[in-house]
Design a protein around this ligand. Structure first.
Ligand code: 13P
Length: 253
């Protein structure tokens, strides 16, 4: 099996203006030679995907797409095919903010991931438990059930899974290294049950939730963590580059 190339993706959420696309160039400049061993991707708001991709500096992703594959009467929705047409390589689906704020369930997330594959994109499928679920000892069950229902059956290995505990998103709280290791082991097992052992072995599983320059080195050192999905700390080049440079693969180049 070819080793999984680490992926560190910035999710800008609903932040930024056209002028902030300059942060992409600045990040890549600061990351320097680290870019050889690490894939760095940017998921700006949909309005800026085409402009970000046109820079040609790094892979770009959308933050959401429609679950419908063809065009249609869906005011406000953007299809995976349109994102691909704008130069995107990735699309985040099932982010906890979409699940909570827009009532998205596993079935819709699965349809979105299928639409992503059909358009030639790699979906970054987000899963993870709430604080209440973790406190109740249900983190593993909830996350495994989300993987079973959100990941399309027989998905190829270019799938990316992001384990993002809901309570760690935007909170400055993170699970312990041991908890992250446990959840990533479980996530790969659940993925293998869903898409087969060999595709699951090739798929990258990212950790997301309050990743910062302060904790990135420890998180990247955890077995089974293939990178990160970064929110706030991806908005400014200095912060994001510090995270990229904290990856062990950064110093190998
Ligand atoms: P923060 O890094 O701001 O906690 O956000 C994480 C996230 O939701 C990435 O998708």
């Amino acid at each position: 099996m070819t080793p999984r190339k680490p992926l560190i993706a910035g999710n800008w959420k609903m932040h930024g203006r056209r002028a902030d696309l300059a942060e992409i160039a600045a990040t890549m400049r600061l990351a320097g030679a680290a870019r050889e061993g690490i894939e760095v991707a940017f998921c700006p708001p949909a309005a800026y995907v085409a402009a970000a991709a046109a820079l040609g500096l790094a892979p770009v992703g959308g933050q959401d797409c429609s679950g419908q594959q063809g065009d249609g009467a869906r005011t406000g929705e953007i299809s995976a095919a349109m994102l691909a047409d704008c130069g995107a390589a990735y699309v985040i689906v099932g982010h906890s903010e979409r699940r909570a704020q827009h009532g998205e369930g596993d079935e819709l997330v699965c349809a979105k991931a299928k639409a992503a594959f059909a358009a030639g994109l790699s979906p970054i499928i987000c899963v993870g438990e709430s604080w209440r679920e973790r406190e109740a000892g249900r983190a593993a069950d909830v996350t495994a059930a989300q993987i079973a229902a959100s990941v399309p059956e027989s998905a190829p290995a270019n799938l990316v899974l992001a384990y993002e505990p809901v309570w760690a998103v935007g909170s400055d709280r993170t699970p312990t290294a041991a908890e992250i290791a446990d959840m990533h082991r479980l996530a790969r097992e659940a993925l293998a049950a869903r898409i087969g052992v060999s595709a699951a072995a090739g798929a990258r599983i990212l950790y997301g939730g309050s990743v910062s320059a302060r904790n990135a080195a420890e998180i990247f050192s955890i077995t089974g963590v293939d990178g990160a999905l970064v929110g706030r700390a991806s908005l400014k080049a200095a912060d994001f580059a510090a995270i990229i440079l904290a990856h062990p693969a950064a110093s190998a180049h």
